[in-house]
Design a protein around this ligand. Structure first.
Ligand code: SAH
Length: 349
């Protein structure tokens, strides 16, 4: 097979010519693996901006959440983990805040992009890197953070047509990729409430997100620890197409130019909660990002930084506004804890 040679669109076109149209999940996995492996997409000059890149306050408050969970659990010998750490900005900010609270755990980063691993190594040089969750330490509690990680995991799309549901596949004509309806899916495979959806309805599911949450929650249930997931999404499963492509801060067609822009989809928090519970862990929330940051003290932190850097107070207020008002309700936080671990801060406890 020569499918590993040449630019990604040509490789995908060859794979489709040989094996037929591929599920959206396979297309998205290949596109994102290539996208992240070949660039640092974050920041004003990149394709998109995330909360830790907006303000150091985000990573600091997340770090304080971790230190607090560790403290409430009796200060065990724990490791700190981040999934999909981007540039390593959150890890560096969280670490500083955790150290100020007396928590200085070893850092483990789960990251598949060599370019982003190099960026992370500049900010967290002593970290240990992992390709997958499975190789994380299995002999101690884990404090885990995942900001905008789950939205990048591949989704399947199911499309309703008259008479039934079909998996959406990606076909290729010449050099053009386009979504088509594949084989019918038995109604029994779908939740009762969705069986009679109108023609044209789209349902997205992410087996990869469920598998990642099951692996993580299973570890937490066995080893102790807590997980904080922050992402944009809904408390689904909900009908609607949310797969989106972003390049240079603008929306693009997700089926065009695979590997050239970031593909992401809304996270279905209800399904993640069910996966965590099925693996034996306790789920908290989700709550709005705004409520989490509010209860972790973003106002006091903004004021303290403004006192220390008076020239930056307008910028600090603008950053606070972006985290609390622009992103504050679309983004949600979900916490997972080991059975017997205390309630985490910011989730009504
Ligand atoms: N958490 C960072 C970056 C978010 S972008 C921030 O908030 O700024 C998504 C991150 O997840 C990137 O670091 C990307 O390389 C990583 N990633 C995406 N899919 C992955 C996968 N399947 N395995 C490991 N890392 C992945």
């Amino acid at each position: 097979m020569t499918q590993t040679d040449g630019p990604l669109p040509e490789r995908l076109a060859r794979a489709i010519a040989l094996a037929g149209p591929m599920p959206v999940s396979q297309f998205m996995a290949a596109a994102n693996a290539h996208y992240y492996a070949t660039r640092d997409p974050l920041g004003a000059a990149g394709d998109f901006v995330t909360a830790p890149e907006i303000s150091q306050m985000f990573g600091e408050l997340v770090g304080l959440w971790c230190a607090d969970a560790w403290d409430r659990a009796g200060r065990p010998d724990a490791a700190w983990v981040e999934l999909g750490p981007g540039r390593g900005t959150l890890a560096a900010d969280a670490r500083r805040a955790m150290a100020s609270a007396g928590f200085a755990p070893p850092v483990h980063l789960v990251e598949f992009s060599p370019v982003l691993r190099a960026a992370q190594a500049e900010r967290v040089p002593d970290a240990a890197w992992h390709d997958v969750i499975d190789t994380l330490p299995d002999d101690r509690p884990l404090l885990v953070v995942a900001n905008e990680f789950f939205d990048a995991l591949p989704i399947r799309q199911l499309v309703r047509r008259t008479g039934g549901w079909h998996e959406r596949l990606v076909a290729c004509q010449d050099t053009l990729f386009l979504p088509i309806a594949g084989k019918p899916i038995p109604d029994a495979a779908l939740p009762d409430t969705l069986r009679d959806a109108p023609p044209g309805a789209v349902l997205e599911v992410s087996p990869a997100a469920v598998a990642a949450m099951r692996a993580l929650a299973g570890r937490i249930a066995r080893q102790g620890g807590a997980v904080l997931v922050v992402d944009y999404g809904h408390e689904g499963p909900a009908l609607g197409e949310t797969l989106q492509a972003v390049r240079g801060h603008a929306a693009a067609n997700p089926f065009e130019a695979p590997g050239a822009h970031d593909l992401s989809a809304h996270v279905d928090f209800a399904t993640l909660v069910a996966a965590a519970q099925a693996a034996g862990a306790v789920a908290w929330g989700p709550v709005a990002q705004r409520d989490l940051l509010g209860s972790l003290g973003i106002d006091a932190r903004t004021a303290a930084l403004a006192r220390r850097h008076p020239g930056r107070s307008d910028a600090l207020l603008a950053d606070r506004h972006r985290l609390m008002d622009d992103m504050g309700t679309l983004f949600r936080a979900l916490a997972i804890t080991a059975p017997g671990w205390p309630a985490p801060a910011g989730f009504g406890a």
